[in-house]
Ligand binder design. Sequence first.
Ligand code: HEM
Ligand code: HEM
Length: 186
Amino acid sequence: MTLKNTDQRWGAVSQLLHWTVVLLIVGLATVGLLMTEMPNTPRKIEIYALHKSFGLTVLALAAIRLAWRIYAGTPAPVPGTPHWQARIASLTHVLLYVVLFAMPLTGWLFNSAAGYPLQFFGLFNLPALTGSDESLRETALSLHKAGFWVLLSLVVLHAGAAFYHHLFLEDATLRRMLPGRRPPSA
Ligand code: HEM
Ligand code: HEM
């Protein structure tokens, strides 16, 4: 397998970034939904701080991934894919990138408007995106919450399509995003 994407498959870098971000998103969403119900203890503050740091990691990985995609190109649609399906897949990927950036940025905006400091794994501080602002805080939080449901809907569509291709059409769509030595045949 090559590092760079080829016409037939995703390379190692795109695969590593894709599956790392999948794991991070699952963790962030689960912890995000549970942490708000926790009693107000120092543990809760630690969990919030971890949610924020891992969320910022997704922001950095999304930027690296997008830059790599522009540099390394994308495989052609799997042979036999109807044009309209390829268009929907591309549109879904664009929207997934939009939420990948929007989720951490709305979280950061909420944190800034609430007047909280923001540290990356206790290593360094990040600047506030805005001063304290109650109405912006509420808007950013609503967007962060709504963004999660948009993300979930897109991921159900996206992963559902990948499994449909793999299990029912038995083509290379999923295999070419998985490690393997030979380029998967269509
Ligand atoms: C891809 C990255 C992220 C995902 C998927 C994510 C997901 C979530 C989810 C699902 C919730 C629960 C929302 C609800 O109660 O309905 C949440 C809450 C929260 N997120 Fe994130 N988040 C991300 C990044 C961030 C970042 C970077 C920050 C801050 C810098 C942040 C700050 C918060 C805060 C403070 C809450 C709790 C809000 C409250 O107290 O109601 N998140 N997040
Ligand atoms: C079990 C869950 C998932 C499965 C099975 C899956 C599967 C795949 C497959 C097979 C491709 C290649 C599609 C093609 O060649 O046309 C792909 C691409 C992509 N996936 Fe997923 N995916 C999953 C979750 C996610 C999540 C959670 C995100 C982001 C939030 C995501 C974002 C993307 C993006 C942006 C692409 C385009 C390629 C790129 O730029 O990296 N996927 N996925």
